[in-house]
Design a protein around this ligand. Structure first.
Ligand SMILES: [Zn+2]
Length: 210
């Protein structure tokens, strides 16, 4: 088994272990479009049906996407010195800000850090996302401009990183497709019945009183 097959297998195992604990109570419809899941080839490769709650999809997409990110990071660190320097410089700036979702397991990725204010509740005076916005550092300090040759090299390295990401992404998706039967069986078993029960309950509540 190659390194990608092994990592994808581990990611799917972790997701399968988490899935039985998933509850619709933790599931809220998401109004914003998720940048990670929308149009994700990982999602397509997983074979997860569209109608599956976002949190369930997102947990798997995030775990698998991390494999791609890690492999591309490793490649960048080893082979693309300028791009690596750019990215680590950018990271230095990012850590100055407050990220409410930082350090959470991928299962939490699908949850908004801020719950929607409930109708009778006091509206939140400020939101975690707002706080993150405020504590984000100002644009980076000016640094010496890149020379034309440096810009060219950076451009080349970005292309190479993109190529590497596409290659690794393809391999990861291909490996993931081998797990489709397990993934779909787990959704049928742990997610579908809960979603159906929730919808039944909802339609009961919406029925006009006799
Ligand atoms: Zn998502």
């Amino acid at each position: 088994m190659g390194v990608i097959d092994r990592r994808v297998n581990t990611a799917v195992e972790a997701w399968l272990a988490w899935l039985p604990k998933w509850e619709p109570a933790a599931y809220r419809a998401r109004s914003r479009i998720c940048r990670r899941c929308t149009g994700s080839p990982v999602l397509v490769a997983s074979g997860i049906p569209d109608a599956t709650p976002h949190q369930v999809k997102h947990a798997l997409v995030s775990r698998v996407q991390r494999i791609v990110d890690r492999l591309v990071d490793d490649y960048t660190q080893e082979n693309l010195p300028m791009l690596h320097a750019e990215l680590t410089g950018a990271d230095l700036w990012r850590v100055g800000g407050y990220d409410p979702a930082a350090g959470l397991d991928p299962e939490f990725d699908g949850l908004d850090p801020d719950p929607e204010p409930v109708a009778d509740d006091q509206p939140f005076l400020f939101t975690m996302a707002g706080l993150a916005e405020e504590s984000r550092p100002d644009p980076p300090l000016p640094r010496p401009p890149l020379s034309a040759a440096e810009k060219d090299q950076l451009r080349r390295e970005i292309q190479l990183a993109d190529l590497r990401a596409a290659d690794v992404g393809n391999e990861v998706c291909f490996a993931l497709m081998g797990h489709r039967p397990r993934i779909s069986a787990a959704i049928d078993r742990f997610v579908e019945p809960q979603v159906r029960a929730m919808l039944d309950e909802l339609s009961r509540q919406l029925e006009p009183p006799a």
